[in-house]
Design a protein around this ligand. Structure first.
Ligand code: UT7
Length: 328
């Protein structure tokens, strides 16, 4: 694509409520030792009972607009990636638009599970190619804890809530990270591996008690195998098609689902642990928000310098997966 896609600013917000592994052991039959050894997760964030996904999105959005020095009136699009919206309809993007008082901007959600950041970046780049003057607010937000089945200990310990936001334009200002390339893939024949309920398959009548199909369910073992294999393969593919090798990557920021998956993917790619960013210990799996939250923290911690190339990759329900290259 000839038109560039720059991240003019980036922000993230995780709700204040912390659920440690010890908290989890009071809610379900688990313990800190099992969770840490199998996943690397020590705690995750949980939104308050009074909050919804759009409230987290609003905090990240206001901050990112302020960092970009951009008025709300300047926005042309609001795009939200989420698998845990406030409601099935209206889209979180429309709710957010109302909260921001953003006028009549084009506002819609995309659903690509944990690959939402990559799919959203790809889509926003296409929007910029068609409308070079577009100024897009792109938010990834998840309220995953609203969909946890506390009877399913293999799944409920994994997820947390967060939001991350960026402003995307075709022109840079100061030092704006450039999206050099992005690849998005899927295999719908494996759609049963991870599910979040609440759609038309949940056939409840008023007064019915909700069943387990309302919550997140997952075949963890199978998902694990596909995650490691596909994330490594798509990372190799994106490097190869850009004439790059792993030596050209300053930092690897994979989807933060599980430390073992991150380590296995890193080892397949032959990248040293000191060039791999990890924050899954603090947040668990925040689905679409995972990569931008990690990018935000890596940058704030000085792990990304101007001129650095960052390789990002994600994997999630669908199955969906992909990889991207960013140049800071
Ligand atoms: O964005 C992508 C999202 N998906 C993922 O990231 C999931 C990928 N998969 C995984 O990360 C791993 O498969 C899990 C962490 C979910 C599970 O690890 P595992 O090594 O595959 O464990 P398992 O499901 O095979 O269970 C092993 C044992 C079982 O006990 P028995 O049958 O061997 O006695 C489980 O009942 O561990 C037990 N177990 C637990 N024990 C304590 C499962 N969950 C827990 C738990 N606490 N939370």
């Amino acid at each position: 694509m000839n038109v560039a896609c720059y991240i003019r600013s980036l922000s993230a917000y995780a709700p204040e409520g912390i659920l440690t592994n010890d908290h989890m052991s009071k809610l379900t039959d688990t313990n800190d030792e099992w969770i840490v050894s199998r996943t690397g997760i020590r705690e995750r964030r949980k939104l308050a009972d009074t909050e919804n996904a759009s409230d987290l999105a609003l905090i990240a959005a206001r901050d990112v607009l302020q960092k970009a020095g951009m008025d709300i009136d300047a926005l042309t699009h609001i795009v939200v990636a989420t698998s845990s919206p406030d409601r099935i309809s209206p889209p979180v993007a429309a709710i957010l638009s109302g909260l921001l008082n953003a006028g009549q901007v084009m506002a819609f959600d995309i659903s690509a599970a944990c690959s939402g950041f990559l799919y959203g970046m790809s889509l926003c780049w296409s929007i910029l190619a068609r409308e070079t003057g577009a100024r897009i607010l792109f938010v990834c937000v998840e309220a995953m804890t609203r969909r946890l089945n506390w009877n399913d200990r293999g799944t409920c310990v994994l997820f947390g809530d967060a939001a991350a936001a960026c402003v995307l334009t075709a022109e840079s200002k100061g030092v704006s990270p450039l999206l050099e390339d992005v690849i998005c893939k899927s295999d719908g024949s494996l759609n049963e591996l991870i599910n979040v309920g609440g759609g038309s398959s949940c056939q409840y009548k008023l007064g019915d008690t909700i069943g387990e199909d309302f919550f997140i369910s997952m075949n963890g073992r199978e998902t694990y195998k596909h995650a490691v294999r596909q994330m490594s393969l798509v990372c190799e593919e994106i490097l190869e098609r850009n004439g790059l090798g792993i030596k050209d990557v300053n930092l690897f920021v994979p989807h933060q689902a599980n430390l073992r998956i991150i380590e296995a993917a890193g080892s397949r790619l032959h990248i040293n642990a000191d060039r791999v960013f990890v924050n899954v210990d603090k947040y668990g799996n925040t689905s679409s928000a995972s990569i931008p939250l990690a990018l935000y923290e890596a940058h704030a911690a000085g792990r990304i310098q101007s001129g650095d190339r960052v390789l990002i990759t994600a994997f999630g329900a669908g199955l969906t997966w992909g990889a991207g290259l960013l140049r800071f």
